[in-house]
Each structure stands twice: as structure tokens, then as C-alpha cells.
Design a protein around this ligand. Sequence first.
Ligand code: KIV
Ligand code: ZN
Length: 523
Amino acid sequence: MTAITPTAASSKDRVVIFDTTLRDGEQCPGASMTYEEKLEVAELLEEMGVDVIEAGFPIASQGDFEAVQEIARRAGPDVTIAGLARAISGDISRAAEAVRVAKRPRIHTFVSTSPIHLAHQMKKSEEQVLDIIAATVAQARNLVEDVEWSAMDATRTPIEYLIRCVDAAIKAGATTINLPDTVGYSVPDEYAAMFRAVIERVPNSDKAIFSTHCHDDLGLAVANSLAGVAGGARQIECTINGLGERAGNAALEEIVMAIRTRGDVLPYSTAVETTMLTRASKLISAVSAFPVQYNKAIVGRNAFSHESGIHQDGMLKNAETYEIMTPESVGVKATSLVMGKHSGRHAFREKLKDLGYELGDNALEDAFKRFKDLADRKKHVYDEDIEALVGDEVATASETIRLLSLTVIAGTGGPAKAIISLDVDGTHITKEVAGNGPVDATFNAITAIVPHQAKMSLYQVHAVTEGTDAQAEVSVRLEEDGKSVTGRGADPDTMVASAKAYLSAVNKIAVKRQRQHAQAASA
Ligand code: KIV
Ligand code: ZN
């Protein structure tokens, strides 16, 4: 039996952390990730000690299937890889095919149980849904040993019927029972009471682990998740940065740090290495192009800054006066090596190690050159600058279209003009193109050299650090044939960062096209 059994890591009850950033998080409008980005996220989640990674929804697309399968193939023995499936036979067999290669595979199948969903969406009776649960859970259980069943919209389901559904799922072989607050409607006492009632009244409830899954429509997702645990759940489904449908899901970093910080009233433990939370947050923000709000708990940039004189005075006397957890405990460096134009390769390599990056010799050399170039142009080089620079380096490594130079002429005098030179598969091409403003001119010039039909659905700029010499980090999302890709670029010059981001997205589109052609040719 490969199902996760929470073991007492100490005297505290172990809570299974189920991360659904790659499924529910990615489902959020505009947050889609590329294949490579999904693999990178999964690798980080595994390293961080997440117990279950819901890697995607294999039936949704060929791309989703391939990403789930590759994540499953690469996963080690300590992490469970789940694939989502509706209560439909084809979904379940596809999910099984994708996760089967994992050392710990799980099928997560769900069906709606609330009257409003049954009447309007499913157009099925309660008895019909009970039959569907029995048949689909049994099918999944014949394919893998670890089966999670979810009662979609559980919190708006009458308790008597919910109990019958859970009973049917456990009898058919479900090893985890998830009771989601799909629409973010519940409140903590009510959510806890639902778990207590179900666990108490379903005869075989001890045969399964109960799980929470909360959405944040009323801002209660984390509070509800913790209340669910108080009610008997021992798995929490959550996402990094709270990414997810509508207002998002319960934020993993908040749950893990609440459990760690308030062990006096939350007597549970998780296996998550909390010092990796900030890195995970940054990665998810970058690949999803969803910025983290400054005052976001745990991972917001202000989460450990103290502005008021009284707070600063207290902090200088004793950090515990105003900090309930240390910045180091979530991976924020309180003091940092100051990096500048006089820093050498050794310090740079050490700094990268500190930030969690191990680059090969060539990539390190390239990154070092870019760092020197940045340090020449910018007074203070912060950790965030280096992360942006290295992130950019990692992203550009496999690109075939590269920026060689860019000059932009803009102002009140007339239409903006961009003169751009690109290296396209080894050929240098230069164009001069006008546009409605400097960004438009730059993007038009790129499109003149690399024609494409993709529509831009997002252009976002944010300053990585403070000051007018801060690096700009730009995200650009392009959509073609119903698929979207996000490119990122960083540079102290916003136009150069914009060009890099646009080119990164164009490169990704080219890779997608190549992959589609290869698939069509081999079909
Ligand atoms: O919110 C929800 O109900 C879900 C299910 C698929 C588990 O995401
Ligand atoms: Zn959900």
C-alpha cells in the first residue's frame, strides 16, 4: 500500500501537505506555465518536502499529460504524484497512464455533490451520483493503490447526503477523502463541524485520510483549512502564493508557518523545509507572472520590514518585540553580502549558492559577465537583482533568437522608433521600425524580424529593487491557437527588459510549434 499514512514525526500529528499549484493554481486565468516551468516547479516542491504534488489534469491536453508524466517519471520515492480526473472513465484511465511511472502514484477523482451542482451542471439525481462514485473510485483503485476522492462543493452539500457519498467512496477503495470548500463559502467553525460529523458518522472513516481544500473568496481559505484539521482532517491542499481559481486557494506558506509558529495551539507538524518558502514564492510568481502583493503574509516583500520608529527601536533591542518568526526561517536573508563592481567570481559563486543557484561553468561565466555589466550601471546590486539576472540567464540558455542591440528613440517629437538587431539561429538581422510609443516600436521591430500571429494578452513591468536605477523585470504573455506562453526579461533599462521578455515568449512559441510539428510527424 503506497498511500501516505501520517506518522507522528514528534508528539505532534503529521499533516500531509498536498500542493496543487500545478493544477488548481495553473487553472487560474492567465497563470498557465510551460512544460519546462512545470518541471522546475515540481522539482522545487519535492526538494522542499511537499508530500503530494498534484501535477496537473492529464485529460485536459496533451501538454498537461506530458508534463504530469515527466514529473511522475522524475519524482523520488518520498513524494506522491497525483493526476486529476473527473468521474469519467476516460479521464481516470488517462490520469493513471500519466502517473503510473511515479514511485508513489495517485489518482485524484472528483464529482459534485451539492444540490445546485447536481441540478444545474450535472443534471443527475443523488442516486445516480452515488452510483458514479462507486464505479469511478473502483475503476481508479483497480489502476493504482492510492486514490483520492473529492466531493466538489462539499460545503454546500446537505450533511446526510455527503455522508452517504463519503461512505460509498471509501467502500469503493478511496484512501483519501477531500471535502472542498469549492466556492470559498464556508467559515471556520462550520468547516470543522462538517469534518467532525462526517468522520464520526461514516462507519469506515478510519480507512481514509480526510483532506481540506479551501478557496479564498471570503479571505478565509487558510483559517478554514486549519479549522478542518482541528475537525479531524490530516491533509491540507494548498498552493504557493495562494495561486488559484478566482481569489485563489489556501496559501501553502501561510499554513506551514502558522503550524510551525503556533505549535502551542496547533499541535501538528509538516515535512516542509520552511527556509525554501521565499524561493518557491519567487519562482511561482515569475513563472505565472502573478506578482506577490507587498504585504502578503510570509512572502511579501514587506513581511519582515519595519518602518515605524517605535517598531525599529523595539527590533534593535530585541527582534522578538515585533517579529513572531525570523526572516531566516522562511529563507529571507537578514544580512546580505554586499555585491558590487569590485566583487569577484568567487564571491559571485558563493552568493549564487546562498540564493540556491548552482550553475555550470559556462552558465556561471555568462551570468558573471552580466553581473559585472549590471554593477557598472547600478549603484547597489541587491540579491533580488542577482536572482532576476540569473533567472534570465537560465531562461535564455535554450533560446535560438537573441537580442544583440536595441536603440529606442522616444519623446514628444513624433512617433517612437526602435532600431533592433537580433541573432536568429546565427544570422544577424537589423530593422528600424516605428510604433505608438517605445514599447510598441520595440515589439513591432521584433515582429518585423520574426513574424508571428500571436496576440499579446499581458505586458507587466515591475521594479525588482528600489530606486530609479532598479532592474526592471518585465513579463509578456503571448497567445496563439488557444495556447499561451509567458516570457520574462530583466535589465536596468525597461525597454531592453521588455525586448528580452518579448523575445523569450517568441522563443517559447517557436519551441511549442516545433514540438507540435514533431508530434504531427510521428502520429
Ligand atoms: O475546488 C475544488 O473543488 C477542486 C476539486 C477539483 C478538488 O479544485
Ligand atoms: Zn479547487
